[in-house]
Design a protein around this ligand. Structure first.
Ligand code: HEM
Length: 525
């Protein structure tokens, strides 16, 4: 007998255990289809049986889930069981119950861990822990703080205009998609970290971070459905990651850059005094961190921190930084690109917008601030419509019902149920937004629109986990679009079509079509 053979009992138990696996799987499926508390909710049987149903649409169909949800609601009604433990809603009232004021549902760990920033405000799934983070970071994004930093934002917008004007001399079309991605990247990095990526200075606006995002975003669904891949990626040496996926270079570059900045600050917090304005580091390190029970530190105490404490704080700041960079640039960039697309395609919209801007801002050499721009009704309507059709996030943001159960749209839900309602479902509801796929700024000009429409614009989500950067986002949208269409005569190069706005769903929309390009001239009057 071999020295390595199993004892007789284990030897006979192993085949039995193997034989029981299929039985267990079948029993689980039967349970899910019959006795499970969600068994009465309509939906595809396959979805109720296994989460591989969703994985198929996420991974194999390349980010097709949110589109598939529209089909499911057509077929099954306003509540659909889309996974063994998961419901998706389309009733507009459900949105308020899931996300609105008073909602304390935690975020779904299975989804949010795939982004690899669990310590950030965004990645914090626990409701109460997230509120502490929001209390610490919130003041950086208050309206007052944004107004204080308006000139900083304007500086980048001015640079965008002058960089676009270089295309006038070169007589070639500028890549507006990358230009807008670059300006939002520069704004968010200088606003949050006090050190700018200078993406606008790259030839063709092709900063590696702007490029790498599109090239790596699709990995998130693999990470979600095979979590070990996330763990391996986070822990493997960078050179292996780079060898396997050269497109991750931009991601690693920014993580290294941010990491170096954090190390410097932790080593010598006095460097914060040299900063031109307050950044996320000031809010966490100086004012708020400790106050809210987070691993914050006061400047003078940082020298006494143990290596372990420093590592904890470093990871926390890194996650926050990486997330803010992502959350703050792609979203605003997408909304600006989409607005530009429709403005350039529709001469009526363009004329009405330019007329309004020229009328309100006759002398282009005089600055026009955010607070004046936000009073312009047509510009406001264009921005709202662009937010509606750029969706914010396109993946329904999953929340989990707590141990006490919950009620959504009048339906009682058992503990542990994952619930969501996607922004595309809300923004494409024809009862709220007739002709939902058409870009119609005029819908926001109706006298009753503030009362009837505003609450259904959910691009920033709603409630206690809504976008923390909303004030900064609005300010950027007004300054970028207001300045671009007042100061420049932009003409579509004729190569983009509606097809290019078709997206794959990777939490945010991923546009793979031809980038919007435009010829640029200076507007004289
Ligand atoms: C047009 C621009 C923007 C849109 C449409 C947008 C949309 C959203 C949405 C829908 C969420 C909720 C995500 C979820 O529940 O999983 C969110 C959260 C968040 N956003 Fe934004 N966002 C924008 C700009 C920004 C900016 C400029 C920043 C900051 C630099 C920012 C930072 C955040 C953060 C930190 C969260 C997480 C909040 C939490 O989980 O409590 N966003 N955003």
């Amino acid at each position: 007998m071999s020295h390595f053979s199993f004892p007789p009992t284990a030897q006979s138990a192993l085949p039995v255990a193997i034989a029981l696996i299929p039985l267990y799987i079948v029993a689980r499926i039967v349970y899910r289809l019959t006795w499970h508390p969600l068994a009465i909710i309509p939906g595809p049987k396959l979805a109720a049986s296994t989460s591989l149903y969703r994985a198929y649409y996420d991974v194999v169909c390349d980010g097709e889930w949110s589109e598939h949800l529209h089909v499911l609601h057509e077929r099954y009604g306003t509540v659909v069981r889309v996974g063994p433990n998961e419901l998706h809603f389309s009733d507009p009232n459900a949105y308020a119950d899931i996300y609105g004021t008073g909602s304390t549902f935690p975020k779904d760990e299975k989804m949010y861990r795939c982004f690899g920033s669990s310590k950030s405000v965004f990645g914090q799934t626990d409701f109460h822990q997230a509120q502490k983070h929001r209390a610490a970071l919130g003041p950086l994004f208050s309206r007052r703080a944004t107004l204080r930093l308006e000139q900083e934002i304007q500086k980048h917008v001015d640079h965008l205009i002058s960089q676009l004007l270089t295309y006038q001399k070169a007589s070639k079309a500028a890549d507006l998609h990358l230009a807008l991605r670059s300006v939002t990247l520069d704004v968010v990095t200088s606003y949050c970290f006090g050190s700018c990526f200078n993406a606008l200075d790259y030839a063709g606006f092709a900063h590696p971070v702007a490029i790498s995002m599109d090239a790596t975003l699709h990995l998130c669904w693999l990470f979600k459905h095979i979590p070990i891949l996330r763990t391996l990626t986070d822990n493997c040496p960078q050179w292996i990651g780079l060898a396997l996926m050269p497109a991750t270079k931009g991601y690693y570059d920014q993580a290294n850059q941010l990491g170096a900045q954090i190390d410097e600050i932790l080593e010598n917090p006095q460097t914060l005094t040299n900063s031109e304005h307050e950044t996320m580091y000031h809010y966490f390190i100086e004012h708020q961190g400790q106050k809210h029970g987070l691993p914050g530190v006061k400047r003078e105490e940082s020298q006494q921190m143990t290596t372990q404490e420093k590592a904890q704080l470093r990871l926390w700041l890194l996650h926050e930084g990486l997330n803010l960079r992502f959350a703050g640039s792609e979203t605003v960039g997408n909304a600006c690109t989409l607005a530009s697309f429709y403005i350039l395609k529709d001469q009526f919209v363009k004329k009405r917008l330019v007329d309004e801007l020229v009328g309100a801002w006759p002398d282009v050499d005089e600055p026009m601030g955010y607070e004046e721009l936000e009073k312009l009704p047509y510009l406001t309507a264009v921005i709202k419509e662009a937010l509606r059709l750029s969706w914010g996030t396109v993946t329904p943001m999953p929340r989990v019902v707590g141990p006490a159960g919950g009620v959504v749209a009048g339906l009682s839900l058992p503990p542990g149920t994952t619930i969501a309602m996607g922004n595309t479902i809300m923004h494409r509801n024809p009862d709220i937004f007739p002709d939902p796929l058409q870009f119609i700024p005029e819908r926001w000009l109706r006298p009753d629109s503030a009362a009837t429409l505003d609450r259904y614009l959910v691009a920033f989500s709603k409630g206690p986990r809504a976008c923390i950067g909303i004030n900064l986002a609005w300010c950027e949208l007004y300054l970028i679009l207001g300045n671009m269409f007042r100061k420049l005569e932009l003409t579509d190069d004729g190569h983009s079509s509606l097809k290019d706005l078709e997206f794959r769903e990777y939490f945010i929309p991923l546009y793979r079509g031809h980038h919007l390009h435009a010829y640029v001239e200076k507007r004289d009057q």
